[in-house]
Write a protein that binds this ligand. Structure first.
Ligand SMILES: [Zn+2]
Length: 385
C-alpha cells in the first residue's frame, strides 16, 4: 500500500465519521444500522473486531501479535489485549470494564468499552477536523462533487480482469472444439461491460483488462501488468477441465492465495521520504502493520472468492465446489487481493454446449460482476442500492 493511500484511508475514516457519526459515536446504533451481529458473552454485548474496524474505516490498519491487537484510528494507535481490561490509546492506559475475547477464531470486542475508546480518541482529536460539509480542498478529487461514499479518495481503485490463456495457449478444449481461451475472454468482456454500467457513478473505480484479444500473455506478464496499473483486485477468469477430461465433471470453484510472495504495504512510510520525524515507536507500529498486512490481503481474497461462489451458486444450476486456497502463480505473485474463478467444466459436453450459449456467458459475466460489486460495497467504495 502506498503511503498516500494509507493517508487517504485515515482521511476516509475521519470523513466517514464526520458525515455519519457526528460528534459522539453511538456504536450500538451504527451496528444496528449496518446490521452487524451483536454477540452476548457473560451478558455483555460484543461485536466482531473485523466488522467494527470496517465500520470505522480502520480495517486496513490493524495487526495482531499473539494476544495484542493494534489498529489506527484517526491517526492514533490503539492497542488491545485479548483477556485484558487495559487498552492503550496513543501510549496511555485506558481501563475497560470487559476484555476483548477470541471465540472460534473471531476476535470480539465489548461494545460499550469500544465505544468509549473511540469517543476518547474523538475528544482528543478535537474540533480541528470536524468540518463536515466542506471536503478538504487539497484532498478533494475531481469526483468530489458527486454523491458517493469515497469522494475524497484521490487514487483510483483499479479492478484488473484477467481472461485466462489466449493466443497459442488454448487452455482446455471441449470435446466439440470449444476453446477455454475464447470462453474466458468473452465472459471477461461481458463482466467488464456489466461492471462499467453499474459503476458509472464512480469514475474513481477503473477497470483494466489483461487482454482484449486472442493474444498470448505469459503469467509473468499478467502479474506485471496488474502491478503496473497498481491494481487493487486481480480477478482471473478460467474454465475448468478435469484431470481425465471426465464427461460428468461439473460445478464451479474459486481459488484464493494461500500466501503471497513479495508483499509491499506502506512502502513510503518506511522509505524515509518526509518521515524524518518518525519516532522509534512509530516505526515499530508500522512494521507490525506491514507484517500483518499479508494476512489481510489473504483474508480479503478469501472473502472475494466467497462472494463469487455465493453469487454463482445463486445463478447457476450446478454444484458449488467451494472457495479454496491454492497458490497458483498469478495468485501468489500479485501483491493485491486476488482470485481465480473456474466457471464450469468444458470437458463436460453439456457444459460445453451451455458455454457456447451467449445468454449463459452473459449470465456468468453479470454474476461475476455482482460478486465484485458485493466486495466494493463491503469496502464502502460504493453505496448500497
Ligand atoms: Zn485455464
Amino acid at each position: 500500500m502506498k503511503r498516500s493511500k494509507y493517508k487517504n484511508l485515515l482521511f476516509l475514516a475521519s470523513f466517514f465519521l464526520m458525515t455519519s457519526l457526528a460528534a459522539a459515536i453511538n456504536l450500538q446504533e451504527k451496528a444496528k444500522e449496518n446490521r452487524l451481529s451483536i454477540y452476548l458473552c457473560d451478558n455483555q454485548r460484543y461485536l466482531s473486531l473485523r466488522a467494527v474496524l470496517r465500520l470505522i474505516g480502520a480495517q486496513d490498519s490493524w495487526g495482531r501479535i499473539q494476544d495484542r491487537i493494534f489498529f489506527l484510528y484517526r491517526g492514533k494507535e490503539i492497542a488491545l489485549g485479548l483477556g485484558s481490561t487495559t487498552a492503550i490509546i496513543a501510549g496511555k492506559s485506558f481501563p475497560m470494564e470487559y476484555p476483548p475475547r477470541q471465540i472460534e477464531g473471531e476476535i470480539l470486542v465489548p461494545l460499550n468499552d469500544f465505544e468509549k475508546i473511540l469517543n476518547t480518541v474523538e475528544a482528543g482529536v478535537g474540533p480541528s477536523v470536524s468540518t463536515p460539509e466542506l471536503p478538504r480542498k487539497e484532498t478533494a478529487s475531481p469526483a468530489a462533487g458527486q454523491t458517493g461514499p469515497s469522494p475524497v479518495n484521490t487514487r483510483p481503485f483499479v479492478i484488473f480482469i484477467d481472461a485466462g490463456h489466449g493466443g497459442k495457449d488454448h487452455g482446455a478444449v471441449g470435446n466439440f472444439g470449444l476453446k477455454e481461451k475464447d470462453v474466458n475472454l468473452d465472459v471477461a468482456k461481458r463482466l467488464r461491460h456489466y461492471l462499467q454500467t453499474k459503476l458509472k457513478r464512480y469514475p474513481e473505480i477503473k477497470i483494466v483488462m489483461s487482454r482484449e484479444q486472442d493474444v498470448f500473455l505469459s503469467l509473468e506478464e499478467r502479474v506485471q501488468r496488474a502491478r503496473e496499473v497498481k491494481a487493487d483486485i486481480f480477478f482471473c477468469v478460467h474454465t475448468n477441465s478435469s484431470r481425465w477430461n471426465r464427461l460428468d465433471a461439473d460445478g464451479f470453484e474459486t481459488f484464493y492465495p494461500r500466501s503471497k510472495e513479495e508483499i509491499s504495504i506502506l512502502p513510503a512510510a518506511v522509505d524515509g521520504e518526509g518521515r524524518e520525524e518518525e519516532t522509534q515507536a512509530d516505526s515499530i507500529v508500522l512494521q507490525i502493520v506491514r507484517d500483518l498486512n499479508e494476512t489481510s490481503v489473504l483474508d480479503e481474497s478469501r472473502i472475494l472468492a466467497e462472494f463469487v461462489q455465493e453469487r454463482l451458486a445463486q445463478r447457476l444450476n450446478c454444484p458449488d465446489r467451494g472457495a479454496k486456497a491454492r497458490n497458483f502463480y498469478v495468485l501468489k505473485y500479485t501483491p493485491m487481493v486476488s482470485i481465480l474463478t473456474e466457471i464450469g467444466f468444458i470437458c463436460n459436453p453439456n457444459i460445453e454446449a451451455n458455454l457456447r450459449d451467449v445468454e449463459v456467458r452473459q449470465a456468468i459475466g453479470e454474476t461475476l460482476a455482482e460478486a465484485i460489486l458485493d466486495y466494493l460495497r463491503r469496502k464502502n467504495l460504493i453505496l448500497n442500492d
